[in-house]
Ligand binder design. Structure first.
Ligand code: F6R
Length: 366
């Protein structure tokens, strides 16, 4: 049932060409130039008028939530707080009745996320869910929600569920922003059009699979790794680092690239691989200087860049080119090479990638 792939994780990484399509099917229509999310249609007015949104989740779902924060801020001008469910539930969180609480969970069974939802409901907030497993506990506990439709995810390390979560968050933020008038019609239509090209762009990245395997060999003895990104790609750096540590057991940290000089840069020497999400966007010039800073300290730079980028190609040790896309959609593409790098490093180290030590697919105890 691994469909000819050696592991579920690899199968699920490759499935992202179709899973993204499944997530947007019937929801994004390039013909009518519209986004429609049936599951939350009735609460759109509440979202449009929301004073703030609280996003809760754990692990990879929390990273998707971080991308959501940038998206809602950008498109809908709504302040967002992203909370670890475990922290949120045991603090004394301030929850207003007019808050929208958005819980993100692949399994729909994560104990801490469920507990946080109960708390939000008691406080009278509107609680929405973004889940993958149909009929699981979280969709039953929430007022409304959107399924990710990524299909069953068996590998413990979340891959296609993450891109599906980010896809749903993007659709939601676009829809709310457009209705609210903070996202211009032209931009909204551009996003809708670009959505339909994402599956083929992901397929193009996956064609580089063997090159990525080759470059991964260089890092199988590493004991540490850094992941850097800015803006929409900062959460992708966090996700890249989590993928590496959970399946390869190499210690990795994700940082906003500019934070390096506030501490982590002290770690950089010739043994340190630094994975950088550096596609062309508003912060491109800044990330180029961050790469120079790493190179000046002899770090090894592996950069994910936009096709045709020669500037970074001249500075970095390796570049992985990915197709150009809109800035807000870049997380959906840049995360894919990071997933493959983690997969190959872990496999080459002899790790059990589908069932890493100490981890369970669904964390139903706190
Ligand atoms: C990482 C991973 C975990 C989960 C986390 C939340 O690859 O899979 O970090 O993301 O345990 O799980 P869900 O999304 O099921 O609530």
């Amino acid at each position: 049932e691994k469909g000819g792939y050696e592991h579920f994780m690899l199968k699920e990484i490759f499935e992202q060409t179709s899973s993204i399509h499944d997530t947007i099917r019937g929801r994004v229509s390039p013909q009518n130039k519209e986004v429609f999310l049936g599951g939350i249609n009735d609460v759109i007015p509440k979202l449009v008028n929301a004073r703030r949104i609280l996003i809760i989740g754990c692990g990879t779902s929390w990273h998707a939530g971080m991308v959501g924060e940038y998206l809602f801020e950008e498109f809908a001008r709504i302040p967002v707080e992203v909370e670890y469910a475990s922290e949120f539930r045991y603090r004394n969180p301030v929850i207003f009745e007019d808050d929208i609480v958005l819980a993100i969970s692949q399994s729909g069974e994560t104990a801490d996320t469920l507990a946080a939802i109960k708390l939000a409901k008691e406080a009278g907030a509107t609680v929405l869910g973004i889940c993958n497993v149909v009929g699981s506990s979280i969709p039953r506990e929430t007022d409304a929600g959107v399924y990710t439709h990524a299909g069953p995810e068996i590998g413990v390390a979340s891959t296609k569920a993450f891109t599906a979560q980010v896809t749903v968050l993007t659709m939601m933020a676009m829809l709310v922003g457009y209705r609210k008038g903070t996202l211009e019609k032209e931009e909204y239509h551009k996003l809708i059009e670009e959505f339909s090209h994402l599956p083929e762009k992901i397929a193009k990245i996956l064609e580089k699979d063997q090159d990525i395997k080759e470059l991964s060999k260089r890092y199988i003895e590493s004991t540490n790794a850094l992941y850097l990104g800015r803006g929409f790609l900062f959460p992708v750096a966090l996700e890249g680092a989590l993928k590496l540590k959970e399946i390869s057991y190499i210690h990795a940290e994700g940082y906003p690239a500019a934070e390096m000089k506030h501490g982590p840069i002290a770690l950089i020497d010739e043994h340190m691989p630094v994975f950088v999400a550096a596609t062309k966007d508003k912060s491109y010039e800044k990330i180029v200087s961050n790469i120079q800073e790493v190179k000046a300290r002899k770090g090894h730079v592996i950069a994910i860049v936009t096709e045709g980028d020669t500037v970074i190609a001249d500075m970095a040790d390796y570049v992985i080119e990915i197709p150009e896309t809109l800035e807000a959609l870049a997380p959906l593409l840049t995360v894919v090479p990071f997933q493959l790098i983690s997969y190959y490093i872990a496999v080459l180290r002899g790790c059990n990638v589908d069932q890493p030590r100490n981890l369970a697919k669904s964390v139903t105890v706190e």
